[in-house]
Ligand binder design. Sequence first.
Ligand code: ATP
Ligand code: MG
Length: 497
Amino acid sequence: MRSLRGTLTVWYTVALAAAVLAFGLTITVLQRRAAVLAQEERLAALAGRVSGVLAQRAIDGHGPLVDLSFAPRIRQLRIDVIDQLSLIPGLVLVLDTTGSGVYGSPEVQRLTVAGTDLLRNRVASSRLDQQRFAITLDRTDYEFVAQRAPARTPSILAVAVGEPAIEAGASFERLGTSILLVLPLILLCAALLGYILSSRALRPVSQMIDELEAITDGRSLHRRLLAGALQAEELARLSKALNALLARLETSFDAMRRFVADASHELKTPLMVMRAGVERTLTDPKTSPEALLPLEETLVGVRHMTELVDALLTLARVDEGRMELHREPVNLGDLLAETFETAQILGEEAGVDVTLELPGGPVVVDADGGRIRQLVMNLVTNAVKYTPAGGKVWMTLTGTPQAATISVRDTGIGIAPGDVARVFDRFWRADPARSRTGERPGIGLGLAISKWIAEAHGGSIAVTSRPQRGTTFTVTLPRQVAEPGLPAGAASAVIES
Ligand code: ATP
Ligand code: MG
């Protein structure tokens, strides 16, 4: 599962990396453009210097600039002019009006003949007073500024000064290396910063999740999320919306609970009246024998309904937190012996052998005897009900100074591994298709109530089962009440069913 924090961190890092790259690229482009402009200015200044030297030397009275005295076929500037021009760096070329190169700096002289010709033609064809051009000579790119010769030097056509061009590739390469060096560091910082920022931004959300997770069932619906003044606007709205939802849920839960409680309460008395009436008619000698069977069937139905209504009322009260435990010291050995008698009767009817195993001494716990009896009866009834004839059921009690353990084991049909976790759910039955009044009648509330009873006593209930081999339910009850001074029954208000 992807976490929002992780996603935000990744996006933050990606965005920052992209921003850094874009920034680096922009800086490089701008830098390059500035360097090109600076180079142009520098070349123009150098060309100006060349023109200046020529203009100055043309009027110094030492004769014509282009000296033909050595060899008439070689056109060349006067030696003193050459000396002065040789101080100017770069590729310097001076053309006279015949188009011949009358001065070439050492770098120009190093060019091949083809390169020199190309340059000369390009300079000779420049028509503007000052012109910048790029040219490739002998496979190297150069930038040149060519200027028309000053008016005072009629024998000279143009001067040109050049330098190797500023390579775009090199500056981008430099950018690449520096980014490669710095980027991992930037990414690390970005990831760290992104993580911290998103954690901070999401902290109220996880707080909200914690608060919501604490609302586990119908009884904690009265809780509300904290809507702090410091909360971001969106989260404040979310809290408000969730609180409104909780309020609506609480109202409908309350209405539902009240309905179940009222309905089961109202049904109790008429059911008792019906049951008493049917039982009286059954035992009345004046009742005709044909009516006995339907009356017995009615009685079974009425008993079943009474059980259902009792269970519903119990759970409705548990949900309302109105179910109280009446704790007193209970000798579990005696309690198990009593339930064992009933279990034996049940076992005899079903052809199941029930055995009781008690420890030597008494095991006394501070508990609600009635409720513990109900719990044990639920387990034993189940064990007998879900064990075919010929099977066995064991009721065992063990005790340590800290806890008492009651276990009910059977050799019955067992529970499928996938269903084990659901047996304590309300109304859950392994085979819902089976009629509620048929072979193994039941409502599916017995274990839900048993679980509540165990937990309300600060204990627990666990189940292990193997299909077709048998099932063991184990109830553990603490022997000391957890907190001294806690009023009897207070546990029911804290324990959730
Ligand atoms: P009732 O509410 O009348 O007790 P029930 O017995 O069906 O009805 P629970 O006692 O809550 O309901 O049990 C739930 C289900 O768990 C049962 O329907 C049954 O499928 C399964 N179960 C419970 N105890 C055993 C057992 N000892 N062996 C096999 N399955 C069991
Ligand atoms: Mg049951």
